[in-house]
Design a binder for this molecule. Structure first.
Ligand code: AMP
Length: 282
């Protein structure tokens, strides 16, 4: 398995493969890899001649320095896990200075309002950071396809917009959320949960499922209230937001238009650990 740490070396390598008309697939990650990431890597390996996985904890997308400092960094373990998955994976793990060609700084993007909903309201500047790092990563890798998880559904929609804005000839492939056996979505942040928080965390997916079961039967206000009630006096989890939103523009739904697609989105805190999840409703 090859691990590249500079944009220049990676570009040279990818270029040498492109000369043989290799299809290049790319999975951007922040490391602390788990089976959710591996589900993306598996799809990427299946669809392409070469799979590149980046491991880079991007400072510009963190609005909370505590969260950035505590984000797990496990490069050696990540490389071992990728090795077990396939010997044909290329890892790209640059330093911030190398990737950003200097001090990391966000570009200001207009994603047509997508950036102002949900995560954008609670994590100011987050999507400028996401857009900027993906611009640099896409320029370094220039893949034919990039694989992103529906776990971060808003991010997925924004990255589709980013490739439009930057006119990158990259197909963005959305991949289903991969869950643990109790329904909790795999996340690098799950490692930071206490044993008790981890065993109770299934309440997040269970609540989303309840909403899905009642969607179309109860109105949106009733569903919102139902979720608030679940978390109102919960000992371990504090609700940051719950929203039912239109999949296209991510605007909060008040009424349901049967011709449109909706998803339910949730963010909760378990102490200082922030977990997000979402589910398709129709
Ligand atoms: P991250 O390392 O958290 O930035 O995630 C890297 C990519 O993996 C993103 O596209 C995420 O949406 C995706 N991802 C993370 N967790 C999951 C999961 N449980 N199922 C599917 N995709 C995931």
């Amino acid at each position: 398995m090859r691990v590249f740490t500079t944009v220049k070396d990676l570009k040279n390598y990818v270029q040498s493969k492109r000369e043989f008309s290799f299809k290049i697939g790319f999975v951007p990650t922040m490391g602390a890899l788990h089976l959710g990431h591996i589900s993306l890597v598996d799809k990427c390996l299946k669809d392409n001649d070469l799979a590149i996985v980046s491991i880079f904890v991007n400072p510009t997308q963190f609005n909370n320095s505590d969260d950035l400092d505590n984000y797990p960094r496990t490069l050696e373990r990540d490389v071992e896990l990728l090795k077990k998955t396939s010997k044909n994976i290329i890892v790209f793990a640059p330093s911030a200075k190398n990737l950003y060609n200097g001090a990391p700084k966000s570009i200001k993007y207009d994603f047509n309002g997508l950036e102002n909903e949900m995560e954008g309201k609670y994590r100011l500047g987050h999507f400028n950071g996401v857009g900027t790092v993906l611009k640099f990563l896409f320029e370094a890798v220039m893949p034919n396809r990039a694989y992103l998880g529906e776990k971060d559904f808003q991010q997925l929609q924004i990255v589709k917009k980013l490739v439009e804005i930057e006119k990158f000839p990259i197909e963005i492939v959305g991949c289903e959320i991969y869950r643990e056996s109790d329904g909790l979505a795999y996340s690098s942040r799950n490692e930071r949960l206490t044993k008790l928080q981890r065993s109770e965390a299934k309440i997040i997916f269970e609540t989303l499922l309840k909403v899905k079961n009642k969607f179309g039967i109860k109105n949106v206000a009733t569903l919102n209230e139902m979720v608030s009630q679940v978390f109102e006096n919960h000992k371990l989890f504090e609700l940051e937001y719950f929203e039912i939103a239109n999949v296209e523009n991510l605007k909060t739904a008040r009424d349901i238009d049967a011709s449109k697609k909706y998803r339910a989105f949730i963010a909760v805190f378990a102490d200082k650990v922030r977990l997000i999840d979402n589910i398709a409703l129709n």
